[in-house]
Design a protein around this ligand. Structure first.
Ligand SMILES: Nc1ncnc2c1ncn2[C@@H]1O[C@H](COP(=O)(O)OP(=O)(O)OP(=O)(O)O)[C@@H](O)[C@H]1O
Ligand SMILES: [Mg+2]
Length: 475
């Protein structure tokens, strides 16, 4: 594989000369004459796994080489940064070395010296990129109780989650009704609980009722309770969830699934804070804070006539929306760390790091089941894996095969042993392809044209694939 070198110098002829030298030596290059553009490109390129070494001039208008160095150190410490310096300004280069630069070269360049430094830097990058990424601090520190700060268990540094945490901090102490929305597994229940836990009601009950899980004919008695003899089977009287939640919080989960007749009754309780048990005559007064949750778009449900508009406005006093995990991938790092710590304790494991390619796959996956799916995946990986490092092989199959599509066609580093993520995925893809093609050929008696039809490929396309996979059979 040819490594890509990012070249930064404000003088065009310098970047030109450097590019020429490096490309002649077989490297790919990317050059910029402004450091701001270089940082921007670096940001993008790193996501695509596409810059391996940076070589930069120290003095440039605007942000200089030091800034580029600091940026790399902070965001991608595995990328070696080589400093270009003029004769006579070696002290500055030494300072850069102290700040983590890999090495420096002096202008005018000696071609052999320059290439030697870049090659050494490239080897260093390849080594660093294979080292496991440390996720957890050394185990002595890991076991300590987390400090009692506000809402410790909602993890996420994405702007969206920071905003959610801020809103919770503001509204927890008020009695307002909250509507939490978001796809399945995004943390709606967690948010509801954290609101309760941070409210003055924290010492009182947090009662949950799942509107989707209760049959329509039982929902009223679940909510409001019943008196003895209210219906066949009501041999004793029983309080409902509203009563149980008195002075505490009632969490109405999947509120969109509530039948329309029940919506009317709920609306009345929300307005008057009072109700009667089923079959009862006494009016019961309660003081309950409502947090409702839905994975549907409640406004659409209103438009479709499935949800009462007046109830919607009652519930939607403070809306909190939890975006799906694929829209806040910045949260994946901290969530993985969080769940690792949690399951290490629960399962008595000591996993503290993760292979870069495995982490890459976790970041690339779209997580349709959101945080719950990630949580389950980490738990399973800890159970399956052994040792201290999570590896690609430990990933659940659905992630390997889904992420495979993303990496397909991307050339992995050539080499015999081939254990990079891309290569593993490639091998998996090939074995699936081989199976499908063999089956199609079998079913069509080995007639390539018909097998191709079956597979939705052109005849030529299938022939190419067969050759690639080492399958031979003629028409
Ligand atoms: N930001 C977060 N930080 C840490 N853990 C989280 C976070 N969000 C969710 N979780 C965890 O993910 C799991 C799923 O969250 P939760 O049950 O609250 O989702 P939900 O939106 O109610 O899902 P559903 O719609 O399927 O009921 C829980 O174990 C929860 O603790
Ligand atoms: Mg839930």
């Amino acid at each position: 594989m040819h490594s890509r070198i990012l070249v930064v110098d404000d003088e065009r002829n310098i970047t030109f000369v450097l590019q020429a030298m490096l490309e002649r030596a077989g490297f790919k290059t990317l050059a910029f004459n402004e450091s701001a553009c270089a940082i921007e490109a670096l940001d993008r390129a790193i996501d695509e796994d596409d810059v391996h070494v940076v070589i930069t001039d120290l003095y440039m208008p605007g942000a200089g080489g030091m800034d580029i160095l600091d940026y790399c150190q902070r965001t991608h410490p595995e990328i070696p940064v080589v400093i270009i310096t003029a004769y006579g300004s070696v002290e500055a280069a030494v300072l850069a070395l102290k700040r983590g630069a890999f090495d420096f070269v002096t202008k005018p360049f000696d071609q052999a010296e320059l290439l030697a430094v870049i090659k050494k830097a490239d080897v260093t990058f390849q080594q660093r990129a294979k080292e496991p990424i440390i996720l957890l601090p050394h185990s002595d520190e890991a076991g300590k109780e987390p400090q009692a700060v506000f809402i410790t268990s909602i993890t996420g540094k994405s702007p969206q989650m920071q905003e959610v945490i801020k809103v919770i901090g503001k509204i927890a102490t008020s009695p307002s009704t909250i509507l939490v929305s978001g796809e399945s597994g995004t943390g709606k229940e967690l948010v509801a609980y954290e609101i309760h836990r941070n409210s003055p009601r924290a010492q009182k009950p947090f009662i949950k009722i799942n509107c989707a899980a209760i049959p329509a004919n039982l929902i009223e008695s679940e909510f409001f309770g019943y008196e003895r003899g209210a219906f066949t089977g009501a041999v004793t009287s029983k309080p409902g969830r509203f009563e149980l939640a008195h002075e505490g919080t009632l969490f109405l989960d999947e509120v969109a699934e509530m039948p329309l007749e029940m919506q009317v009754k709920l609306l009345r309780v929300l307005q008057e804070q009072e109700f009667e048990r089923v079959g009862g005559v006494n009016t019961i007064r309660v003081d309950v804070r409502i947090v409702a949750a839905t994975n549907k778009d409640l406004e659409l449900e209103v438009k479709a006539g499935h949800f009462r508009e007046d109830l919607f406005y009652r519930l939607n006093v403070v809306p909190i929306h939890l975006p799906p995990l694929r829209e806040r991938k910045e949260d994946i790092d901290s969530l993985v760390r969080y769940f690792l710590q949690e399951f290490n304790q629960k399962l008595k494991k000591t996993v503290t790091s993760i292979e870069p390619s495995c982490f890459e796959a976790i970041r690339a996956y779209s997580w349709p089941g959101n945080i719950r799916q990630l949580e389950n995946a980490i738990e399973r990986m800890l159970l399956m894996g052994d040792g201290k490092t999570l590896k690609v092989q430990d990933l659940p199959d659905e992630i390997i095969s889904a992420v495979g599509g993303v990496f397909e066609g991307v050339q992995g580093p050539e080499g015999a042993e081939g254990n990079s993520f891309k290569q593993i995925v490639r091998r998996q893809t090939q074995s699936v392809e081989r199976e499908l093609i063999e089956k199609a050929l079998e079913e069509t008696g080995g007639v390539v044209t018909r097998a191709a039809e079956k597979l939705g490929l052109s005849r030529k396309g299938l022939q190419i694939k067969m050759k690639e996979l080492g399958l031979k059979r003629g028409d």
